[in-house]
Design a binder for this molecule. Structure first.
Ligand SMILES: [Zn+2]
Ligand SMILES: [Zn+2]
Length: 306
């Protein structure tokens, strides 16, 4: 099993089009040692075959496909290596790319939970819109840990777990979370038994989630914010990281503390990094602190073999 990071940034990407924070401005000026990043998505393949699973459909999907030739194996006049799409929630930065897949021949195989399917047919009816183009062949994800597979991607087994985070702002139940608004997915390689857990948005590490993290060979987890008040202090938002369903890395009970408790052999990676996060500056003390804890920062194009 091979995981390719297509997009490692949170919503807005890095640099964000309208942002002049220290990171975005520094990257544009060339005064900051940092790498541009597109919005949140990974592509997962088994050991055999060209086809894989797209996790989240980023607004940057066309750029991501152009940048990774493996996603266009060119076996026919119209072709794609995307055998199916798995959505971890219904947020804009994880679903807008679905519009860009509308030229597909035949219905798009799509896996999501019932609450996400509801959001994507009501508050943000992208699935209904796609019905006028390729159509969607929707498969239900139950966030109960039951195994499922994506046809055409042999050797990769998926298991979804409900996470404590937030539904999208246009969700009819934004302020009344239900299980399945956000999921993490454990992906396992049938041949090697190796596994990785992907959770780009997660607000809280419950005992059940910590058990799952401990059992994975690699974890790709929420790297959105360094501090809980990151957006508040910059005057960019009236809400804290935890308010919008993201566990910050630093501080008591933060992501670094949790990752420190995982077995020593676990590979720890942060993904879904907001453009304001100081870890994007490769010379920052925050980035050095991650390195001291053995925590990697995902970049676009990174290949991970758990
Ligand atoms: Zn996101
Ligand atoms: Zn910025």
């Amino acid at each position: 099993m091979r995981i390719t990071v297509l997009g490692s940034a949170a919503g807005g990407g890095f640099p964000q089009w309208n942002c002049n924070c220290r990171n975005c401005a520094g990257l544009r000026r060339g005064s900051l040692r940092a790498t541009p990043r597109t919005q949140s998505s990974i592509f997962v393949r088994g050991d055999t075959g060209d086809d894989g699973i797209l996790f989240n459909a980023s607004p940057d999907i066309l750029e991501q496909i152009r940048a990774r030739p493996a996603l266009q194996p060119a076996r026919g006049l119209r072709d794609s290596a995307i055998a199916g799409v798995v959505l971890i929630d219904g947020q804009v930065d994880h679903t807008t790319g679905l519009f860009m897949l509308r030229e597909r021949r035949g219905a798009l195989p799509l896996w999501c939970t019932d609450p996400v399917a509801e959001d994507l047919t009501t508050g943000n009816p992208v699935l209904s819109v796609l019905g006028h183009f390729c159509g969607v062949e929707r498969h239900r994800i139950e966030p109960d840990g039951a195994p499922f597979t994506v046809p055409g991607v042999p050797g990769v087994t998926l298991r979804a777990q409900a996470l404590s985070s937030k539904a999208a702002p246009y969700s009819p139940h934004r302020e009344a979370p239900v299980p399945g608004d956000n999921i993490g997915v454990l992906m396992s390689d049938a041949a090697s038994g190796r596994s990785a857990f992907y959770a780009p948005g997660l607000g809280e590490i419950t005992p059940a989630l910590f058990d799952t993290l401990c059992g994975a060979d690699a974890v790709l987890v929420d790297g959105t914010f360094w501090t809980d008040d990151e957006m508040l202090r910059l005057g960019l938002s009236g809400r804290s990281a935890r308010d919008i369903g993201h566990l910050p890395q630093s501080g008591a009970g933060g992501m670094i503390e949790w990752l420190d408790r995982l077995p020593a052999r676990t590979r720890r990676l942060l993904i879904h990094i907001n453009n304001t996060n100081p870890i994007l500056d490769e010379d920052s003390p925050e980035r050095a602190e991650l390195a001291r804890h053995g925590i990697e920062v995902c970049a676009d194009g990174m290949d991970i073999v758990p």
